[in-house]
Design a protein around this ligand. Sequence first.
Ligand code: FES
Length: 106
Amino acid sequence: MPKITYVVPDGSNHVVDVPVGQSVMDGSVRNNLPGIVAECGGSCSCATCHVHVDEEFAALFGEVTDEEKELLEYAEDVCDRSRLSCQLIVTADCEGARVSVPDSNG
Ligand code: FES
């Protein structure tokens, strides 16, 4: 099972096993990590699952969809590595991927 590292808003790192096929958001919520609120439950309509994906892992998760891009316009602390973690589906290649959770998702 791929291990994903989450850097949560207090700066601490949490390494979580996330099953292939689940989202990066699922991995955080199922392990009760702080920062990813995921108000809409993963249906790409809230932007409270915003993360910054470390550059070296960005290509693993495919392109940003138009829907995701529009929602990110409403998020704070957006940068060119911003993604909605509910749209980041974990594959076997994601082993070791790292995301940072901004302190503005609530
Ligand atoms: Fe709502 Fe990702 S959980 S957009």
